[in-house]
Design a protein around this ligand. Structure first.
Ligand SMILES: [Zn+2]
Length: 170
C-alpha cells in the first residue's frame, strides 16, 4: 500500500495570533513564509508579521503524518486550524457534513493507535479500581474502591456513623 507523502502541520505564532499550515517540506515553506511578506501584505498572516516587526518567522511543528493527496492534506490542516484556533488563516474552508465525516475518519485513522492505547490504559485503570478493595473503618468491612463513594452514602454506613457518634458522646 502507498503510504503517501510525509506531511507536517505547523503553527506560526505571533503574539496571540495563530496561523496553521501544512507542508511536505518545512524548510522550503519556512523560506517561503519569510520571503513573501512584502508581496503578500494584504494577507492576514503577512500583515501581522509586518505589523509585529518580527524578522524571521518560525514554523513550529505540531503534527506529522502521511497524506495520500492534497485533499487529505487540506482536511488535516483544517482539523488543526479548528483545534488550535488558527485565526490568521485567510480562508476558512467551512467543512460540509461530508468533509467533517471525512475529517473524523482521518483523525481516527491517524490516531487509531494512540486511541486504542488510551482505551487500554483506561480499561486497565478501571479494572484495577474494580478489583481493589478498601476498608471502611467505620463499618469495618471491605468495599470495592470504585463503589466507595456510593458506600459512604449508604444507609448502613450512615447508621454506623451515627452509632459511633453516639458512642463517643456517651
Ligand atoms: Zn462504611
Amino acid at each position: 500500500m502507498n503510504e503517501g507523502r510525509e506531511t507536517t502541520i505547523y503553527m506560526i505564532r505571533i503574539d496571540n495570533d495563530i496561523y496553521i499550515g501544512a507542508t511536505y517540506n518545512i524548510k522550503k515553506r519556512t523560506n517561503e513564509h519569510n520571503s513573501r511578506k512584502e508581496k503578500l501584505k494584504h494577507r492576514n498572516l503577512y500583515a501581522k508579521i509586518l505589523e509585529s516587526g518580527v524578522n524571521k518567522v518560525e514554523l513550529i511543528e505540531v503534527h506529522k503524518c502521511f497524506t495520500q493527496n492534497s485533499n487529505e492534506k487540506r482536511l488535516i490542516e483544517e482539523e488543526y486550524r479548528i483545534k488550535l484556533k488558527g485565526n490568521l488563516n485567510m480562508y476558512k474552508c467551512y467543512l460540509s457534513t461530508e468533509d467533517k465525516r471525512e475529517c473524523d475518519r482521518l483523525y481516527y485513522k491517524i490516531n487509531k493507535e494512540r486511541i486504542s492505547e488510551k482505551k487500554k490504559q483506561y480499561y486497565q485503570k478501571n479494572k484495577d479500581n474494580f478489583r481493589k478493595k478498601v476498608k471502611c473503618d467505620i463499618c469495618n468491612i471491605e468495599v470495592g474502591k470504585i463503589s466507595l463513594p456510593r458506600h459512604f452514602k449508604s444507609i448502613t454506613h450512615l447508621n454506623n456513623m451515627k452509632k459511633q457518634e453516639l458512642a463517643k458522646t456517651e
